[in-house]
Design a binder for this molecule. Sequence first.
Ligand SMILES: Cc1cc2nc3c(=O)[nH]c(=O)nc-3n(C[C@H](O)[C@H](O)[C@H](O)COP(=O)(O)OP(=O)(O)OC[C@H]3O[C@@H](n4cnc5c(N)ncnc54)[C@H](O)[C@@H]3O)c2cc1C
Ligand code: HEM
Length: 491
Amino acid sequence: MGLRRALVKWLTPAEDAPVKHSPTLGGMPPANTPYQRPPQAAPEPIAGGLVVGTAERRLPPVELPGFYEPVPALNGAPPPAPNGAPPPALNGSPPVAPAAPEPSTRSELAAKPSAQDRQLVRDAFDIVSARADQLVLNFYAELFYALPGEALNMFPSHMTQQRHDFGRALVQWVVADDPEAMTAHLSQLGADHRKFDVEPRHYEIAGQALISAWQKLAGPAWTPVHQAAIVGSYTRLASIMIDGALQHRHEPTSWGAQVIAHQRIRRDFAVVRIQPDAPYPYKAGQYLTLELPQHRRQWRQMSIASAPRPDNTFDIHVRAIGAAGVSAALVMHTKPGDRLRLGPPRGNDLVVEPGTVPGGLLCVAAGTGAAPISAVVESILGWQEPPQLYAFVGGRTRDDIYPVDQLNQLIQAGGNSRRIQVYGVVSDDPSYHGYRGRVESLVPTLQDWARLGVDVLVAGPNPMIATTVTNLAGIGIPLGKIHFDQYEAAA
Ligand SMILES: Cc1cc2nc3c(=O)[nH]c(=O)nc-3n(C[C@H](O)[C@H](O)[C@H](O)COP(=O)(O)OP(=O)(O)OC[C@H]3O[C@@H](n4cnc5c(N)ncnc54)[C@H](O)[C@@H]3O)c2cc1C
Ligand code: HEM
């Protein structure tokens, strides 16, 4: 199985997979109980799992020399002194060290990877790819062991099987080793991590946790060359995140905000209007993360569904998934006056600046993907010279294409209906009089979009994005002109 397919297989949770609460992570106590070090008698390995046992059974942390040169603390606390001593030998075996001499500065380590570096990282992943889920679980166990008190304050108290976005993304991105393509995203993610109280020193600990988990799972197949390759790739990722955090250190780590309106459109769907306490500098097409007081440390991404307004308010469109999560709380139990916390705005791929789409814009959305597209359409309506824009919003029923009527009213009111057109596409309602079918398959057939030279924005569930991109590429639209929030989708 190719690397990409192997990754997709375990990185993409089944859509209808039941919630599997994992009370323990690789032998760790439940995350919501105070952490206690395991007893001195070394526990036996849990079937296929990790022993987070006594110190003698733990590998010494991998040294990441010179990488984390002292940098100012992000959130007040000073960084610890760098650990200069080489790791002690374990049970008489020689200390594990990369064969190649380690670069001594962060910038050297953070340099662009060579094709050989990439291949070595992939080789290291091949050793564990059949147990990639286990690698993620073991990584968390190592991390929680290394940060016993702090991790409990950072991570959600219930780490369900489905919610291992951090570990999955980390492994996936280390394996991809393509920091250049991800710089903007990683930089924003690093700035965003300040809301978890993550400081530069934590990156070193997380890197050690990852490498230790990887090494233990790989067993005898692990070599110093693999280790050096993973150290390099991790360093490249972490450096960009740390730099992003440092660049944004004068901005708030999070924004307090208030719900000022709540409109329950359907049983499972609401439009929520939010007003941050301080100016919130976002662009149409971006998303944010939010935390509710009754769901502490359960940050969820939500697309911003409106263009920036002078009163510093914006809307989000929320679809309740199940009855107990954050989305259900936002739809069913939220009212004007309620408080919440916002992370900084994120996402670059759906942001369109004036003058950058000379061939016009095609937008294809489904589900809550309609939210960022609504924001983009609203924002373009305010441009002096709006480009030609076609937006298609797909859903199963007429109710699912909620923003279409509202956007068309705005378009009419601004006298823009020749240049800007928004259509619904309905798949499961034979009585619907407009376009019928699945938006991802229908839209590519509607015009010779490639000849028009349009840029395309795609937003929606991951499978819809994948099909739309394939179908648009199939009719000759260059991949460079198709835009979607790919890293979130992958994670
Ligand atoms: C970039 C981005 C933008 C997003 N924008 C929006 C938005 O504008 N509006 C919005 O409502 N949501 C949006 N989401 C999804 C949102 O972040 C949450 O994942 C979703 O609301 C579920 O959170 P929860 O706490 O309610 O459920 P959880 O407690 O996280 O999950 C409950 C159960 O539902 C399952 N589940 C979770 N998400 C999905 C899903 N998408 N499809 C099927 N099953 C799922 C889980 O596997 C679990 O079994 C966005 C996600 C991303 C990555
Ligand atoms: C290169 C290093 C890292 C990468 C690539 C990374 C990536 C991610 C990603 C993709 C998420 C998912 C949430 C989101 O997109 O908003 C996440 C969440 C998180 N990360 Fe990181 N991260 C890194 C380092 C760290 C470190 C060093 C810490 C602290 C020790 C940390 C703590 C967290 C926490 C607490 C969450 C929220 C978890 C949850 O809600 O389930 N991360 N990280």
